[in-house]
Design a protein around this ligand. Structure first.
Ligand code: ADE
Ligand code: ZN
Length: 331
Protein backbone atom coordinates (compact mmCIF):
# COMPACT_ATOMS: atom_id res chain seq x y z
CA UNK A 1 0.00 0.00 0.00
CA UNK A 2 1.07 3.61 -0.38
CA UNK A 3 2.16 5.33 2.84
CA UNK A 4 -1.02 7.42 2.63
CA UNK A 5 -3.30 4.38 2.43
CA UNK A 6 -1.31 2.61 5.14
CA UNK A 7 -1.57 5.53 7.59
CA UNK A 8 -5.23 6.27 6.96
CA UNK A 9 -6.29 2.61 7.27
CA UNK A 10 -4.38 1.99 10.52
CA UNK A 11 -6.71 2.17 13.55
CA UNK A 12 -5.68 5.03 15.83
CA UNK A 13 -6.81 6.67 19.06
CA UNK A 14 -6.79 10.46 19.47
CA UNK A 15 -5.81 11.47 23.01
CA UNK A 16 -4.99 15.14 22.68
CA UNK A 17 -7.53 17.31 20.92
CA UNK A 18 -9.42 20.37 22.18
CA UNK A 19 -13.02 20.22 20.97
CA UNK A 20 -13.07 24.01 20.65
CA UNK A 21 -9.93 23.90 18.48
CA UNK A 22 -11.55 21.43 16.08
CA UNK A 23 -13.89 24.18 14.85
CA UNK A 24 -13.27 24.68 11.14
CA UNK A 25 -13.69 28.22 9.75
CA UNK A 26 -16.80 27.16 7.80
CA UNK A 27 -18.49 25.79 10.92
CA UNK A 28 -17.50 28.90 12.87
CA UNK A 29 -19.25 31.09 10.29
CA UNK A 30 -22.37 28.85 10.29
CA UNK A 31 -22.62 28.91 14.08
CA UNK A 32 -22.02 32.65 14.28
CA UNK A 33 -24.68 33.30 11.62
CA UNK A 34 -27.37 31.22 13.28
CA UNK A 35 -26.62 32.82 16.65
CA UNK A 36 -26.89 36.29 15.13
CA UNK A 37 -23.29 37.09 16.01
CA UNK A 38 -21.62 39.60 13.71
CA UNK A 39 -18.14 38.57 12.62
CA UNK A 40 -15.54 40.70 10.83
CA UNK A 41 -14.96 37.85 8.35
CA UNK A 42 -16.59 37.81 4.92
CA UNK A 43 -15.81 34.14 4.31
CA UNK A 44 -13.85 31.14 5.54
CA UNK A 45 -10.73 32.30 3.75
CA UNK A 46 -10.83 35.51 5.80
CA UNK A 47 -11.00 33.44 8.99
CA UNK A 48 -7.99 31.43 7.78
CA UNK A 49 -6.21 34.71 7.11
CA UNK A 50 -6.88 35.73 10.72
CA UNK A 51 -5.55 32.36 11.95
CA UNK A 52 -2.28 33.19 10.17
CA UNK A 53 -1.67 35.71 12.98
CA UNK A 54 -1.13 32.73 15.32
CA UNK A 55 2.57 31.95 15.59
CA UNK A 56 2.93 30.89 19.22
CA UNK A 57 0.71 29.68 22.04
CA UNK A 58 -0.40 33.08 23.44
CA UNK A 59 -1.20 34.51 20.01
CA UNK A 60 -3.03 31.31 19.10
CA UNK A 61 -5.07 31.31 22.31
CA UNK A 62 -6.19 34.89 21.64
CA UNK A 63 -7.69 33.92 18.27
CA UNK A 64 -9.06 30.64 19.64
CA UNK A 65 -10.98 32.55 22.32
CA UNK A 66 -12.24 35.05 19.76
CA UNK A 67 -13.66 32.34 17.48
CA UNK A 68 -15.04 30.21 20.31
CA UNK A 69 -17.16 33.15 21.44
CA UNK A 70 -19.62 32.24 18.64
CA UNK A 71 -20.52 28.97 20.40
CA UNK A 72 -23.58 29.32 22.62
CA UNK A 73 -26.10 26.49 22.64
CA UNK A 74 -26.12 22.77 23.31
CA UNK A 75 -26.76 22.37 19.58
CA UNK A 76 -23.53 24.26 18.83
CA UNK A 77 -21.53 21.94 21.08
CA UNK A 78 -23.24 18.93 19.54
CA UNK A 79 -22.49 20.07 15.99
CA UNK A 80 -18.89 20.91 16.85
CA UNK A 81 -18.21 17.50 18.37
CA UNK A 82 -20.07 15.53 15.67
CA UNK A 83 -18.13 17.29 12.93
CA UNK A 84 -14.89 16.32 14.65
CA UNK A 85 -15.89 12.70 15.19
CA UNK A 86 -16.83 12.27 11.53
CA UNK A 87 -13.61 13.90 10.38
CA UNK A 88 -11.44 11.87 12.75
CA UNK A 89 -13.14 8.66 11.66
CA UNK A 90 -12.41 9.50 8.01
CA UNK A 91 -8.69 9.32 8.88
CA UNK A 92 -8.81 5.99 10.69
CA UNK A 93 -9.35 7.27 14.24
CA UNK A 94 -11.62 4.79 16.03
CA UNK A 95 -11.61 6.24 19.55
CA UNK A 96 -11.04 9.72 21.00
CA UNK A 97 -10.50 11.29 24.42
CA UNK A 98 -11.43 14.90 23.89
CA UNK A 99 -10.62 17.99 25.97
CA UNK A 100 -13.16 20.69 26.59
CA UNK A 101 -12.52 24.01 28.37
CA UNK A 102 -15.63 24.70 30.50
CA UNK A 103 -14.21 27.90 31.99
CA UNK A 104 -13.99 29.54 28.56
CA UNK A 105 -17.73 29.09 28.22
CA UNK A 106 -18.79 29.71 31.82
CA UNK A 107 -16.95 33.04 31.70
CA UNK A 108 -19.19 33.99 28.76
CA UNK A 109 -22.36 33.04 30.61
CA UNK A 110 -22.87 29.65 28.93
CA UNK A 111 -24.20 27.18 31.53
CA UNK A 112 -22.66 23.77 32.20
CA UNK A 113 -25.96 22.19 31.14
CA UNK A 114 -25.53 23.49 27.57
CA UNK A 115 -21.91 22.34 27.40
CA UNK A 116 -22.50 18.86 28.80
CA UNK A 117 -25.87 18.50 27.08
CA UNK A 118 -24.42 19.13 23.63
CA UNK A 119 -21.26 17.10 24.18
CA UNK A 120 -23.23 14.14 25.55
CA UNK A 121 -25.60 14.16 22.58
CA UNK A 122 -22.70 14.11 20.13
CA UNK A 123 -20.96 11.30 22.01
CA UNK A 124 -24.07 9.12 22.03
CA UNK A 125 -24.94 9.93 18.43
CA UNK A 126 -21.41 9.19 17.23
CA UNK A 127 -21.50 5.80 18.90
CA UNK A 128 -24.93 4.96 17.48
CA UNK A 129 -24.60 6.34 13.96
CA UNK A 130 -20.85 6.13 13.27
CA UNK A 131 -19.74 3.38 15.63
CA UNK A 132 -17.20 5.92 16.91
CA UNK A 133 -16.44 5.94 20.63
CA UNK A 134 -15.45 9.08 22.51
CA UNK A 135 -14.90 10.25 26.06
CA UNK A 136 -14.35 13.74 27.42
CA UNK A 137 -11.63 15.28 29.58
CA UNK A 138 -12.38 18.47 31.52
CA UNK A 139 -9.51 20.87 31.00
CA UNK A 140 -8.80 23.77 33.35
CA UNK A 141 -7.18 27.01 32.23
CA UNK A 142 -3.98 27.13 34.23
CA UNK A 143 -3.81 30.92 34.15
CA UNK A 144 -7.11 31.04 36.08
CA UNK A 145 -7.17 30.32 39.82
CA UNK A 146 -7.14 26.87 41.38
CA UNK A 147 -10.25 27.91 43.32
CA UNK A 148 -12.11 28.49 40.09
CA UNK A 149 -11.02 25.08 38.77
CA UNK A 150 -12.21 23.47 41.99
CA UNK A 151 -15.56 25.24 41.77
CA UNK A 152 -16.09 24.09 38.18
CA UNK A 153 -15.12 20.54 39.14
CA UNK A 154 -17.60 20.52 42.02
CA UNK A 155 -20.36 22.19 39.99
CA UNK A 156 -19.95 19.44 37.39
CA UNK A 157 -20.92 16.70 39.85
CA UNK A 158 -24.32 16.16 38.13
CA UNK A 159 -22.44 15.27 34.93
CA UNK A 160 -19.71 13.21 36.59
CA UNK A 161 -20.25 10.30 34.18
CA UNK A 162 -19.77 12.53 31.14
CA UNK A 163 -16.02 13.06 31.70
CA UNK A 164 -13.30 10.57 32.46
CA UNK A 165 -10.53 12.84 33.65
CA UNK A 166 -9.10 16.32 34.04
CA UNK A 167 -6.24 18.24 32.46
CA UNK A 168 -4.60 21.68 32.38
CA UNK A 169 -4.11 23.81 29.29
CA UNK A 170 -3.35 27.40 28.22
CA UNK A 171 0.09 29.04 28.44
CA UNK A 172 2.22 27.82 31.34
CA UNK A 173 3.13 30.16 34.15
CA UNK A 174 5.68 29.74 36.93
CA UNK A 175 4.81 27.27 39.64
CA UNK A 176 1.73 25.82 38.08
CA UNK A 177 1.97 22.22 39.33
CA UNK A 178 1.90 23.23 43.01
CA UNK A 179 -0.93 25.66 42.33
CA UNK A 180 -3.25 22.85 41.19
CA UNK A 181 -2.20 20.13 43.66
CA UNK A 182 -5.46 20.31 45.64
CA UNK A 183 -7.57 20.22 42.47
CA UNK A 184 -5.77 17.11 41.25
CA UNK A 185 -6.02 15.46 44.69
CA UNK A 186 -9.77 16.03 44.75
CA UNK A 187 -10.20 14.77 41.17
CA UNK A 188 -8.15 11.67 41.96
CA UNK A 189 -10.41 11.07 44.95
CA UNK A 190 -13.41 11.23 42.61
CA UNK A 191 -11.91 8.47 40.47
CA UNK A 192 -10.98 10.84 37.65
CA UNK A 193 -7.93 10.23 35.47
CA UNK A 194 -5.21 12.91 35.36
CA UNK A 195 -3.17 14.61 32.67
CA UNK A 196 -1.64 18.02 32.01
CA UNK A 197 -0.11 19.96 29.16
CA UNK A 198 3.67 20.54 29.21
CA UNK A 199 4.37 22.13 25.86
CA UNK A 200 7.66 23.19 24.29
CA UNK A 201 8.70 26.82 24.44
CA UNK A 202 7.08 27.31 27.85
CA UNK A 203 8.96 28.63 30.91
CA UNK A 204 10.61 26.20 33.35
CA UNK A 205 9.52 23.30 31.24
CA UNK A 206 11.70 20.61 32.88
CA UNK A 207 10.54 21.69 36.36
CA UNK A 208 6.95 21.65 35.13
CA UNK A 209 7.36 18.10 33.85
CA UNK A 210 8.65 17.02 37.28
CA UNK A 211 5.79 18.84 38.98
CA UNK A 212 3.32 17.11 36.69
CA UNK A 213 4.74 13.72 37.69
CA UNK A 214 5.51 14.21 41.38
CA UNK A 215 2.99 16.86 42.54
CA UNK A 216 0.00 16.36 40.26
CA UNK A 217 0.82 12.63 39.80
CA UNK A 218 -0.51 12.58 36.26
CA UNK A 219 -0.73 9.43 34.14
CA UNK A 220 -0.09 11.30 30.89
CA UNK A 221 1.61 14.51 29.77
CA UNK A 222 0.18 16.40 26.81
CA UNK A 223 3.08 17.18 24.43
CA UNK A 224 5.98 16.25 26.75
CA UNK A 225 8.70 16.71 24.13
CA UNK A 226 11.01 18.34 26.68
CA UNK A 227 11.27 15.04 28.52
CA UNK A 228 14.29 14.69 26.23
CA UNK A 229 16.03 17.56 28.08
CA UNK A 230 16.57 15.55 31.27
CA UNK A 231 17.88 11.95 31.30
CA UNK A 232 16.29 11.35 34.71
CA UNK A 233 12.96 12.46 33.30
CA UNK A 234 13.35 10.03 30.40
CA UNK A 235 13.91 7.20 32.90
CA UNK A 236 11.01 8.26 35.15
CA UNK A 237 8.58 8.52 32.22
CA UNK A 238 9.64 5.07 31.01
CA UNK A 239 9.49 3.42 34.44
CA UNK A 240 6.14 4.97 35.38
CA UNK A 241 4.70 4.19 31.93
CA UNK A 242 3.59 7.79 31.42
CA UNK A 243 1.84 8.44 28.09
CA UNK A 244 3.12 11.41 26.08
CA UNK A 245 0.41 12.76 23.80
CA UNK A 246 2.62 14.66 21.40
CA UNK A 247 1.33 16.87 18.61
CA UNK A 248 3.24 18.41 15.69
CA UNK A 249 0.85 21.41 16.07
CA UNK A 250 1.35 23.35 12.87
CA UNK A 251 0.13 26.91 13.07
CA UNK A 252 -0.96 28.57 9.85
CA UNK A 253 2.17 30.67 10.17
CA UNK A 254 4.86 28.23 11.07
CA UNK A 255 8.30 29.20 12.28
CA UNK A 256 10.81 27.47 9.97
CA UNK A 257 12.12 24.27 11.48
CA UNK A 258 9.45 23.86 14.12
CA UNK A 259 7.73 20.92 12.39
CA UNK A 260 11.14 19.28 12.00
CA UNK A 261 11.87 19.88 15.67
CA UNK A 262 8.60 18.42 16.90
CA UNK A 263 8.59 15.45 14.53
CA UNK A 264 12.25 14.80 15.34
CA UNK A 265 11.52 14.86 19.08
CA UNK A 266 8.65 12.40 18.61
CA UNK A 267 11.06 10.09 16.77
CA UNK A 268 13.62 10.37 19.60
CA UNK A 269 10.99 9.64 22.23
CA UNK A 270 10.08 6.49 20.30
CA UNK A 271 13.75 5.52 20.12
CA UNK A 272 13.93 5.88 23.92
CA UNK A 273 11.09 3.37 24.15
CA UNK A 274 8.61 5.86 25.65
CA UNK A 275 4.84 5.63 25.23
CA UNK A 276 4.49 8.58 22.86
CA UNK A 277 1.52 8.98 20.54
CA UNK A 278 0.80 11.49 17.77
CA UNK A 279 -2.24 13.77 18.07
CA UNK A 280 -3.95 16.70 16.35
CA UNK A 281 -4.45 19.21 19.24
CA UNK A 282 -6.49 21.94 17.48
CA UNK A 283 -6.97 20.65 13.94
CA UNK A 284 -9.75 23.00 12.82
CA UNK A 285 -7.67 26.04 13.70
CA UNK A 286 -4.32 24.66 12.58
CA UNK A 287 -4.57 24.15 8.82
CA UNK A 288 -7.31 21.49 8.98
CA UNK A 289 -4.72 18.80 9.65
CA UNK A 290 -6.02 15.68 11.41
CA UNK A 291 -4.05 12.71 12.78
CA UNK A 292 -3.61 10.89 9.48
CA UNK A 293 -2.39 14.06 7.74
CA UNK A 294 -0.02 14.82 10.60
CA UNK A 295 1.41 11.29 10.71
CA UNK A 296 2.18 11.53 7.01
CA UNK A 297 3.86 14.92 7.40
CA UNK A 298 5.88 13.77 10.38
CA UNK A 299 6.89 10.58 8.57
CA UNK A 300 8.00 12.49 5.49
CA UNK A 301 9.75 15.24 7.47
CA UNK A 302 11.98 13.09 9.68
CA UNK A 303 11.66 9.65 8.13
CA UNK A 304 9.45 7.72 10.54
CA UNK A 305 9.38 4.06 9.45
CA UNK A 306 6.11 2.14 9.13
CA UNK A 307 7.10 0.26 12.29
CA UNK A 308 7.37 3.59 14.10
CA UNK A 309 3.96 4.67 12.85
CA UNK A 310 2.50 1.40 14.08
CA UNK A 311 4.18 1.99 17.43
CA UNK A 312 2.65 5.48 17.68
CA UNK A 313 -0.82 4.05 17.03
CA UNK A 314 -0.22 1.17 19.44
CA UNK A 315 0.95 3.60 22.12
CA UNK A 316 -2.25 5.60 21.67
CA UNK A 317 -4.32 2.56 22.71
CA UNK A 318 -1.88 1.48 25.44
CA UNK A 319 -2.07 4.91 27.13
CA UNK A 320 -5.79 5.54 26.44
CA UNK A 321 -8.13 5.48 29.42
CA UNK A 322 -9.88 2.34 28.22
CA UNK A 323 -10.97 -0.68 30.23
CA UNK A 324 -8.82 -3.78 29.70
CA UNK A 325 -11.59 -5.35 27.61
CA UNK A 326 -11.91 -2.26 25.42
CA UNK A 327 -8.16 -2.08 24.96
CA UNK A 328 -7.89 -5.74 24.00
CA UNK A 329 -10.61 -5.24 21.39
CA UNK A 330 -8.64 -2.40 19.75
CA UNK A 331 -5.16 -3.93 19.93
N1 ADE B 1 -5.85 25.26 24.50
C1 ADE B 1 -6.25 24.91 23.28
N2 ADE B 1 -5.25 24.44 22.54
C2 ADE B 1 -4.16 24.50 23.34
C3 ADE B 1 -2.82 24.13 23.19
N3 ADE B 1 -2.40 23.63 22.03
N4 ADE B 1 -1.98 24.32 24.21
C4 ADE B 1 -2.42 24.84 25.35
N5 ADE B 1 -3.66 25.18 25.56
C5 ADE B 1 -4.53 25.01 24.57
ZN1 ZN C 1 -3.33 20.86 23.59
Amino acid sequence: ATLHAFVMAMPKAELHVHIEGTMEPELYLDIAARNGIATPYADAEAVRQRLRDAHDLPSFIGIYEELIAAIRSAQDFRDLAMAFFAKAQSQGVVYAEVFFDPQLHLERGIPLAAIFGGLARARIEAEQTLGFKARYIMCFLRDRSADDALKVLRDSAPWRDEFIGIGLDNPEVDGFPDKFAAVFDEARGMGLRLTTHCDVGQPNTVAHHWGALDVLKVERIDHGLNVLDDPKLIDAVRERRIGLTAAPTLFYTEIPGRMEYRAGAIKQLLEHGLLVSLNSDDPGMKRSLYIGDLMLRAARTVGLSRDMLVQLARNSFVTAWLSDEERDAYL
